[in-house]
Design a protein around this ligand. Sequence first.
Ligand code: CP
Length: 310
Amino acid sequence: LIHLLTTEGLPKRILNQVLDRAAEFVAQGADGNKKFGHLAGRSVFNLFFENSTRTRTTFEIAAKRLSADVINLNIQASSTAKGETLLDTIHNLEAMGADLFVVRHAQSGAAHLIAEHVQPGIAVVNAGDGRHAHPTQALLDMYTIRHYKGDFTNLRVAIVGDILHSRVARSQIHALTTLGCPEVRVIGPKTLLPTGIESLGVHVHHDMREGLKDVDVVAMLRLQNERMSGAYLPSTQEFFKYYGLTPEKLALAKPDAIVMHPGPMNRGVEIDSAVADGERAVILPQVTFGIAVRMAVMNIVAENQARRGN
Ligand code: CP
C-alpha cells in the first residue's frame, strides 16, 4: 500500500491488514488517549477542499496519537482563492516537508491526480473524492461490521438510499465483496441507482421492505443533495416515506441487525430519530472506530514509505 485511493481492487490481504492493525491499536489503548510513536518526525497535511466533521477530525486525532506533526490547511483562507492550482498548492506543501497528504475534494479523481504528481516517497490518502471513493470510511465500516458480527462470510448487508451519488456505497461494495460477504443488496429508487450496478455483484431492490428482509446489517446513506441536479432530487417527504428507515421497516431485518450511517445524518429524510438513537444503531461507535482505522492506514503507509527508502 503506497497510497490509499480506493477500495476497488484492494486485495483481501491488505483490507484485513488494516482491520487487524486497527484492532491491535484498540487493544493497546488507542480508543483512549494513549500516544504511540509510529509517526514521530513525520508531517501529515490535512487538505480538505470540501467540508467534513468526522473524517477531518478523526484523521487529525489519529495522526496526533501516532505522534505526527499535523498541519490542517485552511483551504478557504489559502491561496487557492487567488487562483493557485491544486498541483501548485501540493508542490509548495511538499517543499515544506510533507510526508503524507490526506485529501478530500469535490472532484472525483482529485486524490489520484495528486498521487500521480507527488514526489516519490510522499503518500496520499483519499478522504473522499466526489462521488468516486471514500476508502477509509469503507474500512471503518468493515471494522464496525467485523466488531459486531465476527466475520463477513454469512452476512446479508443492505446499503440503502442515494447509491448513485455515494462514494461511500461504492467503497463499501468493493470492500464487502472482497472480504467475502455473500449477499450485498442495494436499495433505492431507480433514479438514485447507477445503471449497471449489478455488475459489481450486488442485488438490486427498489422496494425497501423487500430489500431489508432478514439482513444482518443496514447501511444507510444520506441524500447527496450537493451532487444532484433537479432531475434526481426527490422530495424529502416522499423519500422518507419509501426509503426512510423507521422502526417498522427495521423490524423486517434480523432481530440483531445493526444500523450504520456514515454521517452526517438527515433525520426525517433517510432515517427516523427513533432508529438513529435506538439500541440497534452503531453510528457513534463507527466514528470512534474511525480513529483506530485511520491510525492503521497511516501506520501501514508510513511503514511502506520507510521500506521504500524515505
Ligand atoms: N462520513 C463522513 O465522511 O463524514 P464527514 O463528511 O463529516 O467527514
